[in-house]
Structure formats: structure tokens, C-alpha cells
Design a protein around this ligand. Structure first.
Ligand code: AQP
Length: 333
């Protein structure tokens, strides 16, 4: 809560090309919140370097992510859209929050366990303390709600614990945020292994559908998606591959699971997978067209980044100044 205004905050890492998981679990829901909240959306480039990045690619994907946010319907006049590394208060508050975050808490984070298992050659301290930076992102803006996919719920819960711990010492210093998780699309799974989350950094490109994949590529990937034994299109726990495809189809068409089961009763998986691919391609075509227009205007994107960073800094500075004063840091007038 900033003054009288309720705040919504979320971010996406430019750590790879954005997937339909990022889209359905997070970005496509973002635009609607600006009616109700003061909204902040960040391109989390500082989070991205917890895994080794190629600098030129990180830079390119930062532009692309800003353009994709806008192509997915985020109007910069109504939402503060900015790049994390352009607002230095994030890194500063993260250090302070590190000093209020326990080793045991960080050790329990499933994302740390997953990513340290996947990147055994680079289990760096930033990967471990990632949730303290994420808490800083959220708490800097006195955030009330954090729209995220279910994979990020554990980090938002830790952020709440950190805020409450600090508020016990200095009551009211931080707003304690709530995660806001969409009912449908909360976790889109890999097309190659439906027991694993679809992730933009997955090394198998056939496991992942990117927002910017062309129509033929999308359809080909869905056609190859792992399904289960049998041939019935039915939503069930013992059919994780089909259930995942049904979730994707439902998100893109708005149809319920019962409607989908009826629509594909008696037809094989082949026809169903083709329909999922076509629905995804149809829904994403306008986003792709708008994205191409936005990317053609690099100066326009940079102007947007500058405006967003200035807006975000105004809020971030105020919270950080209050926190530093409470910490006992000398503040010169
Ligand atoms: N598969 C998913 N289903 C639903 N929501 C998802 N999100 C990510 N994957 C899925 C949501 O997208 C938002 C941005 O995520 P992020 O970029 O901050 O990081 P992440 O959750 O770690 O996403 P990735 O794609 O898995 O990135 P990498 O591979 O770099 O780790 C978040 O709201 C997230 O919940």
C-alpha cells in the first residue's frame, strides 16, 4: 500500500525466450490489474545472472521482454514497466534483507535445489540468496499482491516471513504481500516431461513452446508432445501429459475440462494435439504482430525503459530511505 493506493508487483527474468508458461501463468493476467492496483512490472535482469548469461544475449532479451510485456497488453501509461538493474535500490535493499533471512529458510527453497542440481558447476551465493532479492523487489513498492505462477509461491511466502520479522521490530515498515495465483494456467508443464515445469531455460527446445514460436513450429511441438498410454482425452491425475495439454487448450480457448472432453470424445490424440497447437498459434498471433512493431522502434523501447525506471525509483527511494533510517545508517541532509 503506497498512500491510499493498493500495489501489485511482478517480474519476469530475461533468462531465455519467454514461454507459454510465463504467458499463461503470469504475463497475460497482468494487464487487468491496473484497474484496481498501482502496478509495477519488472524485467528481472539481476535475477537472471544467478545462472551464467551471455551478456549480448541478456541485453537483447531485456529489450525483447519489455516489448513482449507491451505486446501482451501492458500499457506503459497505466503500468510502471522497468528494468530491475536501472533501479539500484533493489540491490541495496536486498543486502539489508539478506541480514534478516535465515540460512535454513533459503536452504529449503525448491528453486534453489532444482537450479543447483541443474548447474552443478555454478552454485553461487546469488542463486542461494535469490529470494532475498525477490523480497526486496516486492517490499520496495509496499506491495499488496504478487501475481505469479504457483512455482513462485514459496518465494512470496518467504518474503512475507521476512517482512513480518522486520515489522515485529519496526511495526508497519513493510506492507506484507499476498501471492495471487491464477486458477487455470498456474503451472504449465514441459511437453517432453509433464512431471516437470515448462521453463524457458530448458535445454530441450521441443519441451517448451515459446510465445514467439511461429505457427508451424508451435503445431509441430504440440504434435510431438508426450501423452500417455490409451487414446482418451480425459483430465486425470494418471494422465499428466493429456491433462497438461487440456490445461493449455482451456487457457487459450476459455473452454472447461468437461467441454474439452466432450469435444474430443472418440477422436485420437493426434487430432486433439493439432487443435491445441492451432489454438495456441491463433491466440498468440496478435501478440507476435504487435511485438514485431515494437521491436522495430528501439529508441521507443529505450524511452520507455527510462520513463519506467524514473517512476519506479521515485517509489523505491522512499521505502529505502525509511529502512536505512530504521537500520541506524547515518543520513546526511
Ligand atoms: N511453467 C509455468 N507455468 C506457469 N507459470 C509459470 N511461470 C514460469 N514458468 C511457468 C511464471 O512466470 C513468471 C516469470 O517467471 P520468471 O521468469 O521470473 O522465472 P521462473 O519462474 O524461474 O520461470 P522459468 O521460465 O522457469 O525461468 P528459468 O528457466 O530461467 O528458471 C512467474 O510468475 C512464474 O511463476
Amino acid at each position: 500500500m503506497f498512500g491510499e493506493q493498493k500495489v501489485s508487483y511482478s517480474g519476469v527474468q530475461p533468462s531465455g525466450n519467454l514461454t507459454i508458461g510465463n504467458y499463461l501463468g503470469a504475463i497475460r493476467n497482468f494487464a487487468e490489474y491496473s484497474a484496481q492496483y498501482k502496478t509495477f512490472y519488472c524485467v528481472a535482469d539481476e535475477h537472471a545472472i544467478t545462472v551464467r548469461q551471455v551478456p549480448a544475449e541478456l541485453r537483447r532479451r531485456t529489450y525483447e521482454t519489455v516489448a513482449l510485456y507491451m505486446a501482451c497488453g501492458l500499457d506503459p501509461a497505466q503500468n510502471t514497466l522497468y528494468v530491475q538493474s536501472m533501479v539500484h535500490e533493489h540491490a541495496e535493499l536486498a543486502w539489508i534483507l539478506n541480514c534478516f533471512t535465515m540460512f535454513g529458510e533459503l536452504s529449503r527453497m525448491t528453486q534453489f535445489k532444482d537450479k543447483s542440481a541443474r548447474h552443478t558447476d555454478n552454485i553461487n551465493a546469488g542463486l542461494f540468496t535469490y529470494p532475498a532479492l525477490m523480497a526486496a523487489d516486492i517490499l520496495l513498492y509496499q506491495t499488496d499482491v504478487v501475481p505469479v505462477g504457483i512455482d513462485q509461491k514459496q518465494h512470496v511466502e518467504l518474503c512475507r516471513d521476512i517482512a513480518e520479522r522486520i515489522n515485529q521490530i519496526w511495526p508497519g515498515l513493510f506492507t506484507v504481500p499476498e501471492p495471487m495465483i491464477p486458477q487455470n494456467g498456474m503451472k504449465i508443464m514441459s511437453l517432453a516431461d509433464p512431471t516437470r515445469k515448462m521453463s524457458k531455460s530448458d535445454e530441450n527446445p521441443n519441451a517448451v513452446v515459446y510465445i514467439l514460436d511461429d505457427r508451424d513450429t508451435m503445431i509441430r511441438k504440440f504434435r510431438r508432445a508426450v501423452t500417455d498410454s490409451g487414446s482418451e482425452v480425459r483430465y486425470a491425475a494418471d494422465k499428466p501429459g493429456v491433462a497438461n495439454l487440456m490445461t493449455i487448450y482451456s487457457c487459450f480457448t476459455g473452454k472447461s475440462m468437461e467441454e474439452i472432453e466432450r469435444e474430443f470424445a472418440g477422436v485420437g490424440y493426434g487430432e486433439f494435439k493439432l487443435a491445441v497447437g492451432e489454438a495456441a498459434a491463433d491466440a498468440l498471433a496478435p501478440v507476435q504482430r504487435r511485438y514485431t512493431e515494437l521491436m522495430a522502434d528501439k529508441a521507443g523501447l529505450e524511452a520507455q525503459m527510462k520513463k519506467g525506471a524514473e517512476e519506479a525509483s521515485w517509489y523505491a527511494r522512499r521505502t529505502l530511505a525509511k529502512v536505512k533510517k530504521k537500520m541506524g545508517f547515518v543520513q546526511l541532509s
